[in-house]
Design a protein around this ligand. Structure first.
Ligand code: MGP
Ligand code: SAH
Length: 287
């Protein structure tokens, strides 16, 4: 088992990134991107330094590999869908810290394992992919339930969690979150569902009603069966008012997620998560 990494300060660039995060209550204005001009993925490939053959469209993600996993060179595994879906590490870290602040407001709510204190709460990562978020949750809380419907990506998530030394706090479940939700018990549900691939930016406002497999509303309704504390990682061209309306009667806080100067996504927090944890200073650590 790899040795658990100690929490350390962020470097200046990451600190700047965190400082740029803002929260707002107005719709996001974006310029519509189109797929026109993109190269044909069927006949254009590149080979990574690890020997992985990937469509040329994924090269921008490969070039940013250390922003997804700072420990990429230690054997991190990512497949094609994983490349364009994985949450940048600095954003996953911020989400994990914010959720942990709701539960870690006093030391009684923490438990000691080894040399570090962990929040005594359980987070479900309903769509864990290759583990970008699950790994960061496991660095801050006692128990993570990581679910994915794809066995290859779930195995990659487990492997990547081992690289980060946190697999012992993650329970990996192969399955469909939609089917599993009624039987799950946890304090928080984090959802980063499929958005329909990189073409999600093809319309000015992302359509929550026509997401792949289930609508944005249906995913929230399933998550509510587990907890009203929901964090929903969604496209940057979503309408924040529509996101807030998905869970009437509870507070909603919309967070814009940046890496450096680049606006990457929106996280909608519902329930107590919307009320706590958005104002306290971050614990800066090196990623
Ligand atoms: P992007 O727009 O494909 O990349 O996704 P980027 O780097 O902003 O490129 P640009 O050319 O559009 O500027 C931005 C981020 O959104 C990715 O790094 C992922 O974290 C996340 N993301 C993208 N997609 C297509 C998905 C998805 O389908 N599901 C989830 N959960 N996250 C996604
Ligand atoms: N946050 C992840 C990326 C998630 S991408 C990371 O940082 O790595 C979305 C994932 O949802 C994909 O891996 C896909 O296999 C999975 N998925 C799709 N439908 C699902 C379902 N019904 N239940 C659980 N997982 C599902």
């Amino acid at each position: 088992m790899p040795k658990r990494r100690q929490r350390q300060p962020l470097d200046a660039e990451d600190a700047e990134t965190l400082a740029k995060r803002t929260r707002h209550n107005t719709p996001v204005k974006t310029t519509a991107a189109t797929s026109a001009g993109r190269k044909n993925s069927n006949d254009k490939y590149f080979t990574t330094t690890q020997g992985q053959k990937l469509p040329i469209e994924l090269k921008k993600y490969w070039n940013n590999r250390y922003s997804f996993f700072n420990r990429f060179d230690e054997g991190i595994q990512i497949d094609e869908e994983g490349w364009y879906s994985v949450t940048p590490e600095v954003i996953a870290e911020d989400t994990a810290q914010r959720i942990s602040r709701l539960f870690n407001r006093n030391t009684e709510s923490k438990t000691k394992k080894g040399e570090e204190l962990y929040g005594r709460f359980c987070v479900i990562d309903a769509f864990c992919g290759v583990g970008g978020n699950a790994i960061k949750f496991a660095e801050w809380c006692e128990h993570v339930i990581a679910i994915d419907i794809d066995p290859v990506r779930l195995a990659m998530a487990r492997h990547n969690a081992e690289v980060y030394g946190v697999s012992d706090r993650i329970e990996f479940i192969l399955g469909d979150f939609y089917e599993l939700a009624p039987s799950l018990v946890a304090d928080v549900v984090f959802m980063s569902p499929p958005w329909g691939g990189p073409e999600y930016l093809g319309s000015e406002v992302y359509d929550l009603k026509h997401m792949p497999f289930h609508s944005g509303q249906e995913w929230v309704d399933r998550a509510r069966m587990v907890s009203s504390n929901i964090a929903y990682f969604m496209p940057r061209n979503c309408d924040p008012r529509q996101l807030a309306d998905l869970f009437p009667g509870v507070p909603c806080d919309i967070e814009m997620n940046y890496t450096g100067n680049f606006f990457k996504a929106i996280t909608a927090y519902y329930g107590d998560l919307a009320m706590f944890g958005s104002c306290e200073p971050r614990i800066l650590k090196e990623l």
